[in-house]
Design a protein. Structure first.
Length: 318
């Protein structure tokens, strides 16, 4: 018998489920089939390959042999190839479908993800866009573990071996209340902040970068409050309770409680920074990811361009 022709995707799928769940019973629950069906599929696979893949002991679950681990790794490759073929067929038909797991840095998400979700809902409705918000380091870990397809981050937050595509440059700005003396200046030197109270983001690495920039300018920031919520920071600043250094400027220049906030360029030379689309090294470039790349190339730069044409973020993010 030709082993290759006798093998079935079902057998490989059931075997992978056993490896991943550690027992026939749990694999059956996951697959919504009977334990007997799972056990039979694994037994058939072992007979076809003429090698022992598992050691099954009643009441003790399943132990995977070294040969079983090797077959499992190969089965995952086959599964990915099958998914690629399905996706290719969908692309040929002109439709895209399936999950697209996107991570977005917490403070970027309110400004970037809604537009992204709206675009995919209108142009690729069969793609299931899934959102994961969080700190940059955590999102990069999820990328390298294969639990995210892509992430929108700031380039100066990159700490892992991920691949990035620069989308648009961004630049820090000073934010103060309209009544603050610095609000009347066209641009502000960091030295002018020496005796002022600061309200800063309580989220690394964003807060580390801001404080490093201040220290390099000879300023020890007088931090009055820290918050993980950028809108809390903006509302405190709008009430004249301190300044903040922020990556850009949202539409409206109003806080949640309706108060105005003023943004001023920083006169000092600052490190370059970009919004980037990050993916794991060597990750499969699926049609869904390519659709995301195309959207980002077309939309993000325009979305984050400033009112005066200077390439700074409109995200209002720290």
């Amino acid at each position: 018998m030709n082993v290759a022709s006798a093998l079935s995707l079902r057998q490989l799928q059931y075997f992978c489920a056993v490896v991943e769940s550690g027992s026939v019973t749990e694999a059956a629950k996951r697959l919504h089939v009977s334990p007997g069906g799972v056990s039979l599929a694994v037994t058939q696979l072992e007979k076809l390959l003429d090698v022992q893949l598992t050691l099954r002991t009643r009441g003790k679950g399943v132990e995977i042999t070294d040969a079983g681990r090797s077959v499992y790794d190969a089965a995952l490759v086959i599964d990915r190839c099958v998914e690629d073929i399905k996706e290719l067929a969908g692309t040929i038909r002109g439709d895209l479908s399936g999950p697209l797991r996107v991570g977005v840095f917490t403070t970027l998400s309110p400004w970037l993800f809604p537009q992204l979700a709206d675009y995919f809902a209108k142009h690729h409705p069969a793609i299931d866009v899934q959102l994961e918000e969080g700190p940059s380091a955590g999102l990069q870990t999820l990328l390298t573990e294969g639990r995210l397809d892509a992430a929108l981050l700031y380039e100066n937050h990159i700490v892992s071996e991920v691949e990035i595509q620069r989308l648009t440059p961004v630049r820090l700005q000073l934010a103060v209340s309209p009544s603050h003396p610095l609000a009347s200046q066209d641009e502000v030197s960091l030295s002018a902040l020496r005796d002022e109270y600061a309200v800063l983001l309580a989220m690394r690495p964003a807060t580390d970068h801001v404080e490093e920039i201040l220290r390099n300018a000879g300023i020890t920031p007088r931090v009055r409050w820290r918050s993980a919520n950028v809108e809390t920071i903006r509302s405190l600043v709008a009430r004249g309770l301190g300044y903040t250094i922020i990556m850009g400027r949202p539409h409206g220049d109003l806080t949640y409680d309706g108060r105005s906030i003023v943004y001023r360029p920083i006169a000092d030379e600052l490190p370059a920074n970009y919004v980037v689309l990050a993916t794991a090294p060597g990750a499969r470039q699926t049609a869904r990811i390519e659709a995301l790349r195309a959207y980002c190339r077309e939309a993000i730069a325009g979305l984050l361009s400033s009112r005066d044409g200077t390439p700074v973020s409109r995200t209002g993010m720290l």
